[in-house]
Design a protein around this ligand. Sequence first.
Ligand SMILES: [Zn+2]
Length: 210
Amino acid sequence: MLPMIVKHPGQPEVVIHWWDADYEPPLPAGAVRGDITKQNFCLETPFYYYEDQTKTCLQCGSNFVFSAKEQKYWYETLSFHQWSLAIRCRECRRKRRTEAAVHRQVSRSKAAVRARPTDARAQLAAAAAIHALRTGYGAGRIDDGIAAARKAYELDPRLHEALYWEAECQEAAGRTARARRLYEQFVKLASVLTRCRSLVQSASKKIGES
Ligand SMILES: [Zn+2]
């Protein structure tokens, strides 16, 4: 008999005794042996073994395999609760992590702007982050990005990148004519600047395309 420790947030640990750690049911083909001493909160039967499970992703609807190896990692290394199940495919999980990172980037850049309101580069970083959030994930307010880019240029008129980021934001807001004028203005002023080379390339391409 094996004592199982039941952990529940905010409550004392409870020790229960009825699972048999030595019990080793025959492994089905392709299954991975579970170590029940490493599993957390087993009120249901613990995982004596894991098998690949085919599931449907909650987000994109595609089928994916929640593999036996992955399950072992979730329940024994990460100590996930027995009832936590993979509901998203790997790709959607990865995207969600990336989206969370972009949200954090926007929060950090806005905090930097609040801390140093006259720092033109901080304003510019905020504009770029807001643009990434809007175009990548449809979240955030693009007008904040436009305001930040304008503020950056006002604070430092040599920072022509501000024109580029305002153009990107205007484009994301659907104001293509305005965006085009800004891209043109940017290329004219920044084409001689080494630090702006890749932005100039990108702006030139956009002017050529539209
Ligand atoms: Zn998915």
